[in-house]
Write a protein that binds this ligand. Sequence first.
Ligand SMILES: [Zn+2]
Ligand SMILES: [Zn+2]
Length: 419
Amino acid sequence: MVYVLNSDGSPLMPCTEAKARHLIESRKAKVVRRTPFIIRLAFLVEGEVNTESLTLGVDAGSSVIGVSVTTEGRVLLEAEAEVRKDVPQNIEERRSKRRGRRNRKTRYREQRSDNRKRPKGWLTPTMETKVRAHENVIGKVCSILPVSRIVIESASFDIQKIRDPEVEGEQYQQGEQLGYENVKAYVRARDGFRCRSCGSRDHLEVHHISQRKDGGSNSPDNLITLCHGCHRGWHEGKKDMVTLSEYPGFKAATEMSTMRWILLDRVRKAYPGIPVEEAYGYVTNHERKSHGLEKRHFIDARVISGNATARSDGILWHAVARRSHNRKIHKDTILKKGVRKANQAARKVAGYGLGDNVMYAGQLCCIHGRRSSGYFDIRRLDGIRVHAGIHYRHLTLVERANTNLIYKEVVEVSPSGRA
Ligand SMILES: [Zn+2]
Ligand SMILES: [Zn+2]
């Protein structure tokens, strides 16, 4: 599939590779990017071109973001983006450097006490990066496809349906199983995603304190989160060994839900012309299971978009955020005689920069390290080293670096996805 831009830069429906080749050969289009393949038309297509409705599903996550653009029957784009993990570490490093600078014999720098008012909607740098990562992915997708609706999974459960008994009737109509999934998601969050007995975070299950066969209900006060081990222990009669801890409260779940709310708000403001809807995680889980689909972020995104049975061509794009430069001027360890060694090579060496895609011996590689001598550390796109020091003569430029490292994965198309 090739993504197509109108001559004014606005997205059009994607076309086939054969069509794109024809357009390029007849000089009616130009290549904009190769990963993924995007072309731009040389002539303006006017009028209502997009008759199909395109939905973008977003599986918001704190480490991986899944996105999927679907029509009723077809998957047009699927991607998983990794969120940067280095932010807390960088902030800590900055803090200690500032502290060091204050104590060193330099210009007097007064300690900045926390006397500045934070603007409304301020987030910690870690949270801000996470929210922005989502905004960026959504922005990228909307710039290459004419998306007409956005659905974001904003919470894993619907608290309204649990608190308000009035909704019970409606929940019953939707199926008891779905209502139970909602309660289970709520119970997991209430218990802080930990076993209420041993505190483990792995293999969590939801247990009925008073069992179903003894008339126990599916209400949250009859349910607790236990890990697989403790759960088995309970049912094997070693109930006394299981001691329940206090409710840890919502703390663990708060970060994620705050992030999702802010995201929803920002996306709504950024795309006033596109309806932005919310989806609940428990509904996604239920749908995914009922279609027998695999648990992966892009599959969840496909389910969130509302077209779980859309047919995919099996291509999944990965985007990993990476730095394009290093702003640290010199190495931390100062050499003898107070020589401060430069921390980095020039931004571009022999025309190549960090992250540029190059061809070496018939293999697609990426510049991982550059030295002023003109030798490069090149790696495969998945990070495996190809050469630790290769001279630039042996390299040919394929594509300039992007803030994201983008590579393709061919995934097995799930059975029901073949339809
Ligand atoms: Zn346990
Ligand atoms: Zn149980």
